[in-house]
Design a protein around this ligand. Structure first.
Ligand code: ATP
Ligand code: MG
Length: 577
């Protein structure tokens, strides 16, 4: 066997090993690798107090630095149980510490560019594992082929070059999680970016984790109120549901998400807003709005902005989901917003193309469906045995010219439990939120609707459908009889009550009051003004004069016939003034 075919062992130290030490190293290698090696000593002034041995891609570090690293790792892995003191555990870890000759796998960068590095020499890394490059740059294994790894870099590739060394960490990509993140703004890996100092995490969770099984789930049966009349009355969302918000650019998609967050005040729901590929300045504004309305007290914002690398944008929603899982697994209710998944798919496409994967439809890689299904499947309403927590997801998708049959929109429509479709023509005409009632659905939320609201909303969708039909019909006729004009006016009033200003969520009693009165045809004089102030004043007056009805509605009881009649009576009297 020639030297080049034999296992190569490199020994680094400041002083040459004594013959006895050399024999001991050779014996160690024979014992571990079951073959004789070709042994080379290299003078290394950085390894003054000990030895570093490299066998193939394995590295054994017997220098004081290596031993210190082992000790640090051991101390870091100490996890006290609930109520246990940490100091004695640390003492025990130090007492029991014995440096072990365990290999650290080290590879070499072959090529690097566009935020992706090809690495050779690491044979045991797994998909999704974090690698550390020279200069502390973190990367994640995304492609595994024979003898070579494709790795995406999180921190830019400036300090990485061909020939750089790469360490394995043995850990899958993860994010720090914990209560202390509430009220903070972080990047996609949980590092604070709001200038409010360090965050002390309670734990560390992998960004990718399997979705809860069927047995661990229970049906969606509790409402998650958005405070928006047009959604709560016709497309109710339940806790644990995934409801897509879809529409062209600038149609109020983010506005719906923000209003929903604002409405979670005092409901105990923790909100997580994941911004993907957006301008940092617009997210800054959004955080300002949330702060202004006191919503940051229960909200976490995670940002991978348009200027962040594609890997950061790719990982952001999974990281947000891991954060949400932390709370869900404690039995809490969480609302998570992915704004938006079209940009996420685009980031994944650029990443895949640079990794050399073959492009499919619209140049997206073949697994782009799985990209979003494995993310959205992690939303759930857990069974009581699993703590009963829930994760409600509101993914947002941007369409081009209202085309819902494009690749990414159809994929996500098929994964979610319904969609709120926002129409740019409605938005322009001033009907805001611009929900297209005909194209929107909510497949599971109806079960979670409170009986009171269900009864009040009764025939609303049907009435609106009739109105739309009649409107089309009357466009071609110039004679309208009284009956038709009355029906048109009624339809317009219904559309009018659905208009709602931003940041003004309605309580349930308000929704029930408006719906009951509107379906009776009593609100004609109260809609149509720009900010909905007339309707708002009417509601306030009703709230003041009938607190008993308000209380009964808020307690979740069914609306009695008596109360419905009183509401109608009140609206009629107000309209006649
Ligand atoms: P983008 O595609 O840029 O993300 P978007 O679909 O998220 O846009 P928003 O940013 O939510 O849309 O809203 C666009 C504009 O419409 C904003 O200026 C917002 O203030 C306004 N707007 C949204 N909803 C309403 C509403 N209900 N009433 C009045 N104005 C609204
Ligand atoms: Mg938006």
């Amino acid at each position: 066997m020639s030297d080049s075919e034999r296992l190569k062992a490199l020994l680094y130290s400041a002083e040459p090993p004594t013959p006895e030490q050399r024999r001991r190293f050779e014996r160690f290698i024979e014992l571990h690798y079951k073959e004789r090696c070709y042994f080379v000593w290299i003078r290394d002034m950085n390894t003054v107090d000990g030895f570093r041995l490299e066998v193939g891609s394995d590295v054994y570090d017997w220098s004081s630095r290596g031993i210190l690293k082992q000790l640090t790792d051991k101390l870091r892995s100490v996890r006290p149980a609930e109520g246990q003191e940490v100091i004695p555990l640390l003492k025990q870890a130090v007492d029991e510490f014995e440096p072990q000759p365990y290999p650290e796998e080290i590879g070499t960068v072959i090529t690097v560019g566009d935020g992706v590095a090809a690495v050779r020499g690491i044979n045991r890394a797994s998909y999704g594992e974090i690698l550390i490059f020279e200069g502390g740059v973190r990367g994640m294994v995304q492609n595994i082929s024979k003898g070579e790894l494709g790795c995406v870099l999180f921190d830019g590739d400036d300090s990485v070059s061909a020939g750089s060394r790469v360490h394995r960490t043995g850990r899958a990509a993860g994010v720090p999680v914990g209560e202390s993140f509430i009220g903070r703004v972080t990047d996609a890996l949980g590092v604070p970016i709001d200038g409010k100092g360090e965050i002390l995490p309670s734990g560390y969770l992998p960004v990718e984790s399997p979705a809860p099984s069927i047995a661990a789930r229970q049906p969606v049966n509790k409402p998650l109120k958005t405070g928006l009349l047009c959604i709560d009355s016709m497309f109710p969302i339940g806790r644990g549901q995934r409801e897509l918000i879809i529409g062209d650019r600038q149609t109020g998609k983010t506005a719906i998400a923000v209003d929903t967050i604002l409405n979670q005040k005092d409901s105990g729901v923790i909100c997580i807003y994941v911004a993907i590929g957006q301008k940092a300045s617009s997210v800054r504004r959004l955080v300002g709005t949330l702060e202004e309305h006191g919503a940051m007290d229960y909200t976490i914002v995670m940002l991978a902005s348009a200027s962040d690398s594609a890997p950061m944008q790719y990982i952001a929603p999974y990281a947000g989901c891991a954060m949400a899982e932390y709370f869900m697994n404690q039995g809490k209710d969480v609302l998570i917003i992915y704004d938006d998944l079209s940009k996420h798919a685009v980031a994944y496409r650029s990443l895949s193309l640079v990794l050399g994967r073959s492009p499919g439809r619209e140049a997206y890689p073949g697994d782009v469906f799985y990209l979003h299904s494995r993310l959205l499947e992690r939303s759930a309403h857990l069974s009581a045995a699993h703590g009963g927590g829930s994760m409600t997801a509101l993914p947002i998708v941007e369409t081009l010219a209202g085309n819902v049959s494009a690749y990414i929109p159809t994929n996500i429509i098929s994964i979610t439990d319904g969609q709120i479709f926002l129409d740019s023509a409605l938005f322009r005409s001033g009907q805001r939120p611009a929900v297209n009632v005909g194209l929107s659905v909510s497949r599971v939320g109806g079960d979670a609707m409170t009986p009171c609201l269900k009864a009040a909303a009764g025939s609303l969708r049907l009435e609106l459908a009739q109105y739309r039909e009649m409107k089309v019909f009357t466009q071609f006729s110039n004679y309208l009889d009284d009956e038709m004009q009355k029906n048109l006016r009624f339809g317009e009033t219904l559309m009018g009550i659905l208009k709602q200003e931003q940041y003004r969520p309605y309580e349930e009693w308000k929704q029930v009051f408006i719906l009951t009165a509107a379906i009776e045809g009593l609100l004609e004089g109260f809609v149509g003004d720009r900010f909905g102030d007339k309707l708002d004043r009417l509601c306030r007056k009703f709230g003041e004069s009938r607190p008993d009805i308000v209380e009964r509605i808020e307690s979740g009881a069914k609306l009695s016939e008596r109360d419905a009649a009183d509401i109608a009576e009140f609206a009629r009297a107000a309209g006649n003034v």
